[in-house]
Design a protein around this ligand. Sequence first.
Ligand code: URA
Length: 433
Amino acid sequence: MTIRAAELIQAKRDGKELDAAQLTELILAYARGEVPDYQLAAFCMAVYFQGLSSAETFALTDAMVRSGASIALGEALGRKVVDKHSTGGVGDKTTLAVGPIVAACGVPFGKMSGRGLGHTGGTLDKLEAIPGFRVELTLDEFVAQLRETGLAIIGQTADLVPADKLLYGLRDVTATVDNVSLIAASIMSKKIAAGADAIVLDVKVGDGAFMKSLADARVLAETMISLGRRAGREVVAVLTDMEQPLGRAVGNALEVREAAATVRGEGPDDFTELVLDSCAHLLALSDLEITEEEGRRRAEAAVADGSAFDAYERWVRAQGGDPDLAALPKAPLIREVFAQRGGYVQELAALPVGLAAVHLGGGRRAKDDAIDHSVGVVCLKKRGDAVGDGEPLAEIHARDETSAEQAAADVLAAYRLGDEEPRARPIVLDTLA
Ligand code: URA
């Protein structure tokens, strides 16, 4: 090993600025397996406490992109390709609904996703709940599928951003996710390497997000926009509410079902609104050369006439999956959580619901943990809903009684009921273009 990783860790720990060559060397050596996980974990923790300058963040992103191959999708397809990415939330299955709707509108949607991180779910884990679905396509397969079906979603591979694949798993279990530079580099390296021309970034804000305040979310959004623009991409960022889970379902197979229902026009209101808003931005950024209003109209029409659901089924089949929703795994046990008084849901905290889904087995606590795709939580009542005393608030989908009981207690504690109807909060808080 030529690199002195310990010295770089120490320099960062002590608040020194690393130059691009040092960061590149560290990340590329890690991707080649020449620096062990424990040193990168220590480095991420040093970054967590000391932060990275914008020059360092740019160098880190660039090094991650350079750890593997990159594709210029627009050139490969002769069309402008669009992509969206979320910074991570609870119940965030937006990609699963947005992809088919955008594809049904005739715009190619090609994307590299990630797995669950901390208390948040990951698109790849959700997709793997679908029997047979393959997230590890080769680059050639990715491009060919995008050309043929207009929609392809893959994971980081040995070819594409291998450094993110490794770092992502490490950060997930070392409490080093919620740092602006690490999130921005992770997301934007995937976006830049996977090659879409125009990107919508969904930056989550609130208790269930990595960014807890609007001000922090804005800094993350601006950092990612600037990384994207430096790489020649068109980027729009939406700041969206994550004070409560998105939609009702939290858990891999449960979320696939909810996303498919939304593609058919039968989704929950908050999730449907976010999906249509994202589609409107993506269609406006595409080569259709239409306004956002027209984009929204076309997205709504694709949902209403069934072409979006046809695109969903075509995509799932193309990636080897069974689109029959009855084929999704089901948890052996469903237990209801009952309200202990009547009133309105004043608050439904996203973080404990996300953690309950992880503890049920729907997420990882250690890097190589297997995921139980069937388990999770369905929030039957959300903020602003009226509830009768003893009425069900949520359902716990569990593997066994012990985990169901713990999750039921955690989810009950996530609800705050009161007499007053709370003020409505929009799902989209701001848009930065
Ligand atoms: N999503 C990613 O792809 N990376 C992060 O670090 C956080 C969310």
